[in-house]
Design a protein around this ligand. Sequence first.
Ligand code: C2E
Ligand code: MG
Ligand code: MG
Ligand code: MG
Length: 287
Amino acid sequence: ALYTAKNERGSYCFFARQMAEHARLRQELKADLADALDRDQHHLVYQPIYNVQTGQLVRFEALLRWDHPQRGSVAPAEFIPLAEETGLIGALGDWVLRAACSEAALWPSDVGIAINLSPAQFRPSLPFRVADTLNKVGLRPDRLLLEITETVLLHSTAENLRFLEQLRALGVKIALDDFGTGYASLGYLKEFPFHEIKIDASFVSDDSAVAFAIVDSVTKLGHALGARVTAEGVETRQQLDRVRRIGCDKAQGFLLGRPAPAVEFPRHMQAETTLDQPWDHARARRT
Ligand code: C2E
Ligand code: MG
Ligand code: MG
Ligand code: MG
């Protein structure tokens, strides 16, 4: 008994130390995040999304990056929750919206931009902020797709639904991101007419028969509801063929193009890239 007690105590100490270390790191990152925007430590990378039936480039999704001066690149999964906790997400979200829309305004008019929204950005001023940004940068509303997760609909549903309606009234498109990973997906589909449903990568990059059945059913469901369907996380040729055969409208994933800084792709867009000639960063840099 003494032996186990000692052991338990030993491992307890180990975990307690790990947790304290983890908490300290979070506090440090939180503090650093506070002036990361002022210090110009954020940038956006853009990942292409293709129509898999026609091969056309449809839009790019803007993905936020943080270059920490000591720690290097910090992943959004790590710092966005911190920005949400501290309320910084408001300023950060505004920055993303402005930067991504300004960038997209430089692109050919048939190429759109997708932006991720945090639940914390759902405040009464959101539709106004979006309208104002589009106006200032001169971007047609239907070129902007806002991606939200089910979490947005978890909080104060009625109010958030009203914001979504207001955004839709502007002519902006709304996507339900990471579909299949939340709690009550089907219920949310009933609440709001999404323009797009993005099937989570965990189903798309899984080659099993079960995953196939899920992607197939969700695509049919999305279409029955009048939505377009995007497969996220397409990593192999086989997965691309599969989502194409299933009838997904669009695909996004490392096979088709990794997220990259905007300077790297104007040439790519002019080259009328199709899916059969996937965007080749290495070649783009060489030429
Ligand atoms: P998301 O919106 O679902 O974005 C797709 C994520 O999948 C990105 O991760 C992208 O790099 C990654 N991805 C794309 N293709 C593949 C693939 O073939 N395989 C794999 N394994 N992954 C792939 P990232 O950039 O780390 O972003 C993670 C999440 O952070 C995003 O998921 C989004 O929820 C959030 N996020 C990113 N940027 C922003 C932002 O500006 N604002 C907000 N609120 N959230 C953001
Ligand atoms: Mg997204
Ligand atoms: Mg997603
Ligand atoms: Mg995600």
